[in-house]
Design a protein around this ligand. Structure first.
Ligand code: NAD
Ligand code: UD1
Length: 337
C-alpha cells in the first residue's frame, strides 16, 4: 500500500511528500532530477524524520517504470512530473509534448497493466486560456491555450477523461492549481528555479537577496485595482494539503473529479510586493516594464467546489507565503546547490 509520487523532489512534490509522510502514508518517489536536486531528500528527512523510497527514473522509460511497479505495491499515484517553463515550451514544443504528454501516457498504460485505480494529476489554471470572467469555476470553458505547456495540460486532462470512460473503476482527480508560492515554514525546502526566474515570487526573493537589482513589473495598465496583473496566490503548503484531501476523495470512488486549488482571492503584483515588504521589513525596488505577451488582467479561482466536496480550504494568506518564501531564500541563497 504505497503512494507513488512522480516529480516528488520538485517544488510542489516535495511539499506534498512532507504532508504525506507527516500523515503516515507510505511514499515512493520517482524523479529524473531534470529540475530538482537529490539534496531535497535529505531536507525531507530533516523535516519528517523519514526518508521516502526513491527511484531516479525518467517516467517515459516504460521498462524501468514497470520494474518499479513490480517491486512496489502502488495503490495511488500523484502525478507531478513534468516540465513547466512556458517560454521553454514555446522554444521546444516537441520536448514538452514528449515529456509531459508522453510521460503521462506511460503512467496510464502501467496503471491499466497493474490494476491501479487512483490518480491525482497536477493541472493548471492555464487550461482556462484567456478568461472572460473571474472567479473561474471548474465548469467554465477550457482551451485557447497560448503556449505548448498549457496545451499539454489540456491534452493530459483529455487523456484522463478518455481513460476514465474506458475504465469504469478508475478514480481520477484533476487539480487545477492557481499560483503556488511560499515554502515550508522550516525554510528547508522551497522553490529553486534554474536561471532567471519567470514567475513573480522567486524573482521578488532574488531581488530581496541581492541577486537581481530590481523587479520588472510587467504592465501597469491592466483593468485591475492598481493596473498590475491580478492572480490567485496559494501557499504551497496549502496546495500540498489539497492532495491529501484529493486522495481521501478518491477513496470514495467518485470516478473523475476536477477541482480548482486556489484561495478565491486575487492579489495584484504591487499588492504582493507590498505584502512581501510588510512581512519581511524589506524594500523591493521595482520599475514598470512593458506587458509580458500572453498575460491576462485577472485570474483567480472559485474554490467552492473543493470546499463543498472535499472540505478543503486554505489556512495561509499571502503575507504568510511572503514570510516563508523569504525564510527559504535567505537561508538558501543558492537554493539546494
Ligand atoms: P518542478 O519542476 O519543481 O517539479 C517537477 C518535477 O518533475 C521535477 O523534480 C522534475 O525533475 C521532475 N520531472 C520532470 N520530467 C520528468 C520525467 N520525465 N520523469 C521524471 N521526473 C520528471 O515543478 P512544480 O512547480 O513542482 O510543478 C509540479 C507540477 O505542477 C508540474 O506538472 C507543473 O506543470 C504543475 N503546475 C505547477 C504550477 C507552478 O506554478 N509551480 C502551476 C500549475 C501546475
Ligand atoms: C505563469 C504562466 C502560466 C503558468 C504559471 C505557473 C505565462 C504567460 N503564464 O502564470 O502558464 O501556469 O506561471 O507556473 O508565463 N510578473 C511581473 N514581473 C515578473 C514576473 C511576473 O510583473 O518578473 C507579473 C506577471 O505579469 C503576472 C504576475 O506577476 O501579472 C504573476 O506572474 P507569474 O508568477 O509568472 O504567473 P502567471 O502569469 O499567472
Amino acid at each position: 500500500m504505497a503512494i507513488l509520487v512522480t516529480g516528488g523532489t520538485g517544488y510542489i512534490g516535495s511539499h506534498t511528500v512532507v504532508e504525506l509522510l507527516t500523515h503516515d502514508f507510505d511514499v515512493v518517489i520517482v524523479d529524473n532530477y531534470s529540475n530538482s536536486n537529490p539534496e531535497v531528500l535529505n531536507r525531507i528527512l530533516k523535516i519528517t524524520g523519514k526518508r521516502p523510497r526513491f527511484y531516479q527514473i525518467d517516467i517515459r522509460d516504460e521498462e524501468k517504470m514497470r520494474d518499479l511497479f513490480i517491486k512496489e505495491k502502488i495503490t495511488d499515484i500523484i502525478h507531478f512530473a513534468g516540465l513547466k517553463s512556458v517560454a521553454e515550451s514555446v522554444a521546444k514544443p516537441d520536448l514538452y509534448f514528449s515529456n509531459n504528454v508522453g510521460g503521462s501516457k506511460v503512467l496510464l498504460r502501467l496503471m491499466d497493466e497493474f490494476g491501479i485505480k487512483n490518480i491525482v494529476f497536477s493541472s493548471s489554471a492555464t487550461v482556462y486560456g484567456v478568461p472572460d470572467h473571474v472567479p473561474l469555476k471548474e465548469t467554465d470553458k477550457v482551451g485557447g491555450c497560448t503556449n505548448p505547456y498549457g496545451q499539454n495540460k489540456l491534452d493530459i486532462e483529455y487523456l484522463l477523461k478518455d481513460y476514465a470512460s474506458a475504465h469504469s473503476n478508475a478514480n481520477i482527480a484533476i487539480l487545477r492549481y492557481f499560483n503556488p508560492i511560499g515554502a515550508h515554514p522550516s525554510g528547508l525546502i522551497g522553490e529553486d528555479p534554474n536561471g532567471i526566474p519567470n514567475n513573480l515570487m522567486p524573482y521578488v526573493t532574488q531581488v530581496a537577496v541581492g541577486k537581481r537589482p530590481f523587479l520588472n513589473v510587467y504592465g501597469d495598465d491592466y483593468q485591475t485595482v492598481d493596473g498590475t496583473g491580478v492572480r490567485d496566490y496559494i501557499h504551497v503548503v496549502d496546495l500540498a494539503r489539497g492532495h491529501l484531501y484529493a486522495l481521501r476523495k478518491l477513496a470514495e470512488k467518485p470516478g473523475l473529479v476536477i477541482y480548482n486549488l486556489g484561495t478565491g482571492r486575487g492579489t495584484s503584483v504591487l499588492e504582493l510586493v507590498h505584502a512581501f515588504e510588510q512581512a519581511n521589513g524589506l524594500k523591493i525596488p521595482y520599475q514598470v516594464a512593458p506587458r509580458r505577451p500572453g498575460d491576462v488582467d485577472e485570474n483567480y479561482a472559485d474554490c467552492i467546489k473543493a470546499y463543498e466536496e472535499m472540505g478543503f480550504k486554505t489556512e495561509f494568506d499571502v503575507v504568510d507565503a511572503c514570510r516563508d518564501s523569504w525564510n527559504w531564500q535567505k537561508n538558501n541563497p543558492n537554493g539546494y546547490k
